[in-house]
Design a protein around this ligand. Structure first.
Ligand SMILES: [Mg+2]
Length: 146
């Protein structure tokens, strides 16, 4: 598969659309920082920074999240399986996940938030809220854990 910047991505389990099968992993040269630099470069080449205030980035992120939900709206279990397992469904899913991540990267970049640090901090908070001993195999909200 050739990425937008013409790098060749090595994909295990590639089935024609550049998305690895479930349980397999894509080898990617990108780190979060490199990915952020790529999307900022894409944006700046188009002079779109002027539109990227926090409010509009948050709205765009929400809209892209809604587009993800739209893939599953009114779908029965078989159709949901189609989205997650077929090449065409996985392509659409891949594109919506990418759209979401792109806006997450823009918003964190413009806000000066280190996403790796933010996720690590949030995992610590969640670990305190959901200790394994109380939450293992349990889907309850932390306020309802016994
Ligand atoms: Mg989209």
């Amino acid at each position: 598969m050739i990425s937008a910047d013409n790098r060749v991505l090595v994909v295990n389990g590639y089935e024609g659309i550049g998305i690895p099968l479930k349980g397999q992993h894509m080898e990617s040269p990108s780190t979060l920082r490199a990915l952020t630099e790529e999307v900022v470069k894409f944006r700046d080449a188009r002079d779109w920074k002027q539109f990227h205030n926090a409010k509009d980035l948050a709205i765009a992120l929400s809209i892209e999240s809604a587009e993800l939900l739209e893939l599953f709206l009114w779908q029965d279990a078989d159709a949901v399986d189609h989205v997650t397992k077929s090449n065409t469904g996985r392509q659409r899913l891949s594109e919506e996940l990418a759209d979401i991540l792109i806006f997450v990267l823009y918003l964190s970049h413009e806000s000066g938030i280190d996403l790796v640090q933010a996720v690590e901090q949030k995992l610590k908070i969640n670990d305190a809220k959901y200790p394994v001993a109380k939450s293992y195999g349990v889907s309850k909200k932390y306020t309802e854990l016994e």
